[in-house]
Design a protein around this ligand. Structure first.
Ligand SMILES: [Zn+2]
Length: 253
């Protein structure tokens, strides 16, 4: 059985043309998000993905993987968590690294989500009121619904996870944010298909390094996290992922 990638955003942190890079994995009825940038629900509604006869929205997330704590990957999480708690009395099942778990609440979300006025007084809320947190240990396969997810630390400003996601038959990879790293590309190119970032600065991968890879590797690659300045017509042998796109992993569809 194949599984789907629904592309929510392909842009970088500064894009005014795209939503920030994120996507959904879906196998059967199980939906797992990867990252939660700004305007997350607006992006989902813009693309009008269908799910169980409904427009796919945040309440359909069975799980969310958070790769790292840069804003263009996590800025949407505060209001998704609030939307689920106050709109659906539901907690978000969140999978991430030990390093992100240490900082996500204490250094980021507790300021805005940790205190609520209930009409009588201030109530203190904790991370457990919004999330079921699960740590994914580095390089140890974790089971998330029908998916086996293995992480690998990338070369980036913050602890950041690249991903291999398998349903037992087919495997999809994601570089997430990373400096050019041939060992990471070797790890990713074992997958049937993978996303790779391209961007500027020492903590990202220059497009030229990807263009220099063998054609069979480039054919498995879909470009994400790209700049508004990138002229996609200059890509050679690499396809860009596009917003609203549905990719079936393990099928020629
Ligand atoms: Zn980053």
């Amino acid at each position: 059985m194949a599984f789907e990638i629904l592309v929510v955003g392909v842009g970088d942190a500064f894009s005014v043309r795209h939503f920030g890079t994120s996507f959904l994995l879906r196998r059967g009825d199980f939906v797992c998000g990867v990252d939660c940038p700004d305007l997350y629900r607006r992006a989902l509604h813009t693309h009008r993905f269908q799910h169980q006869g409904d427009l796919l929205d945040a309440q359909h997330l069975d799980a969310l993987i958070l790769t790292h704590l840069h804003g263009d990957h996590v800025n949407g999480l505060e209001m998704v968590a609030a939307y689920l708690r106050f709109g659906f009395r539901k907690k978000l099942k969140l999978y991430t690294s030990k390093e992100v778990i240490q900082d996500l609440w204490n250094r980021r979300l507790s300021v805005s989500l940790g205190q609520m006025w209930d009409g009588q007084g201030y109530q203190t809320l904790s991370v457990e009121d919004y999330f079921d947190l699960e740590e994914i240990s580095w390089q140890v396969p974790a089971q998330i619904g029908p998916f086996t997810v293995t992480t690998r630390r990338t070369i980036h400003h913050l602890p950041t996870m690249a991903l291999q996601i398998s349903d037992g038959e087919h495997t999809f990879g994601h570089s997430c944010d990373t400096a050019y790293d041939p060992d990471l590309i070797d790890w990713l190119q074992r997958c049937d298909l993978f996303f790779h970032e391209a961007n500027f600065g020492p903590a990202h991968t220059p497009l030229e390094r990807l263009q220099a890879l063998p054609l069979d590797v480039r054919k498995k690659m879909r470009l994400v996290h790209y700049s508004d300045l990138l002229d996609l017509s200059t890509l050679q042998g690499i396809q860009p992922a596009s917003e609203g796109q549905r990719i079936v992993v393990g099928s020629d569809e």
